[in-house]
Design a protein around this ligand. Structure first.
Ligand SMILES: Nc1ncnc2c1ncn2[C@@H]1O[C@H](COP(=O)(O)OP(=O)(O)OP(=O)(O)O)[C@@H](O)[C@H]1O
Length: 374
């Protein structure tokens, strides 16, 4: 059984509709029940700030700071983490979007937000992800990259460095400054980073596909078949250096074409995650809404299992309105699956009875108008 990472305390100040709120947790799963607009998702979003980035809504700091607050917001959490007991504090001082958020781990300022991944891995599933299979490829890429990131924290840095290099190349091309040595330098950098990104995605997907295969018989959710397309398709059995050379050559060749298009036409930023319902042999986008939800839940749960297997620590799960679209049997099966993962899950819903199958495996809280009651 993997080690259980669990939050024991959470305190918020001026975060969304919470002026000040606190939660004392006993390590079980956490169910937040309340009417629409009560603040259930906001609370989960606060937990999601315990991972690098801007949380599960990718919000600006101005958005998450409580309307009417004089300064910024703060989030404090105490947890039994991957490296033992730890206290994490984060927040911003004001509404200045240019500042990055402050982060203290055991009272010491962290150098980068990546340090958070030494203490916990967070995975989330929100209603806004329901359109993942039918929407544009950028959402799926972001989804995929988050999956990679929870196993390989360096992936975020690689992706942002690639973006930066690509932007400088696009700018040079846009200004028609075709200086070959300058461009080659940038393109070599893009090739190293871009191939590393693509390989990390490919590797994670390979592991996930194998795990889905192994748990196929026992999973209450439909299995997905997964593929990556759109960049260096079918070539990932070749050595990385060959792919880097090839991508750098492609970039050099396509300077005039990219200049005309106003963007870089080839690269890992164009890849797409292809998802199919395995048993039905149907593209996920053409499955029913319920089937798509079940596929997505299955995918997240498989990934959570993968993270637990590879790190030895069960990830913390944030499952917003997870029970809403599932029938009673599937709901009970999901709760069992979550429980079997051995970690702590946060779940929200408008009706407590939806979670009755969890029974004493969860701690229940009622949320109303930015206040929390046990
Ligand atoms: N910066 C902010 N300051 C104050 N209130 C905010 C801020 N941002 C959002 N809110 C409010 O927080 C309230 C609760 O939002 P939240 O998304 O947590 O609701 P919820 O309990 O998950 O509801 P639902 O069941 O409808 O999803 C909303 O009414 C929203 O207007």
């Amino acid at each position: 059984m993997p080690h259980k990472v669990s939050l024991s305390r959470l305190k918020l100040t001026d975060f969304r509709n919470y002026a000040s709120a606190g939660l004392q947790l006993d390590g079980r799963h956490v169910v937040l029940v309340g009417d629409n607009g009560a603040g259930k998702t906001n609370l989960m979003e606060a937990v999601s700030f315990l991972s690098p980035g801007r949380g599960m809504r990718r919000a600006t700091y101005g958005d998450v700071t409580r309307v009417g607050a004089h300064g910024g917001f703060t989030i404090f959490a105490a947890l039994d983490g991957m490296d033992g007991e730890v206290e994490i504090g984060t927040g911003v001082d004001g509404n200045d979007e240019s500042t990055s958020r402050r982060l203290r781990i055991n009272g010491t300022p962290a150098k980068t937000a990546d340090e958070l991944t030494d203490h916990l891995r967070l995975l989330w599933l929100t209603p806004s992800m329901d359109g993942l299979f039918t929407g544009g490829s950028s959402e799926r890429r972001r989804f995929l990259d988050r999956l990679v990131l929870s196993l390989d924290p360096a992936h975020g840095r690689r992706a942002s460095d690639f973006e930066r290099a690509m932007r400088s190349r696009n700018k040079l091309l846009d200004e028609r400054r075709f200086d070959p040595s300058w461009l080659s330098g940038i393109e070599e950098q893009m090739a190293t980073l871009g191939i590393a990104m693509a390989m990390a995605r490919q590797e994670m997907l390979g592991l996930l596909v194998r795990l889905i295969e192994e748990t196929r018989e026992t999973s209450p959710f439909p299995s997905a078949s997964l593929d990556l397309a759109g960049f260096m398709d079918g070539q990932f059995d070749r050595p990385a250096v060959d792919l880097e050379d090839e991508y750098a050559a492609q970039l050099a060749e396509s300077r005039y074409r990219d200049a005309a298009a106003g963007r870089t036409l080839e690269g890992p930023h164009r890849a797409d995650l292809l998802v199919r319902h395995r048993d039905k042999r149907m593209e996920a986008a053409r499955c029913s809404t319920g089937e798509q939800k079940a596929l997505l839940v299955g995918l997240i749960m498989a990934h959570a299992r993968l993270v637990a297997n590879l790190t030895g620590h069960a990830p913390v799960l944030l499952l917003d309105e997870i029970a809403a679209h599932l029938d009673e049997n599937r709901r009970a099966a999901l709760f069992d699956l979550i429980d079997a993962l051995g970690g702590q899950a946060f779940m929200t819903g408008t009706d407590r009875s939806m979670f009755s199958a969890l029974d004493d495996r969860a701690q229940f809280f009622t949320v109303a108008d930015g206040k929390i009651f046990e």
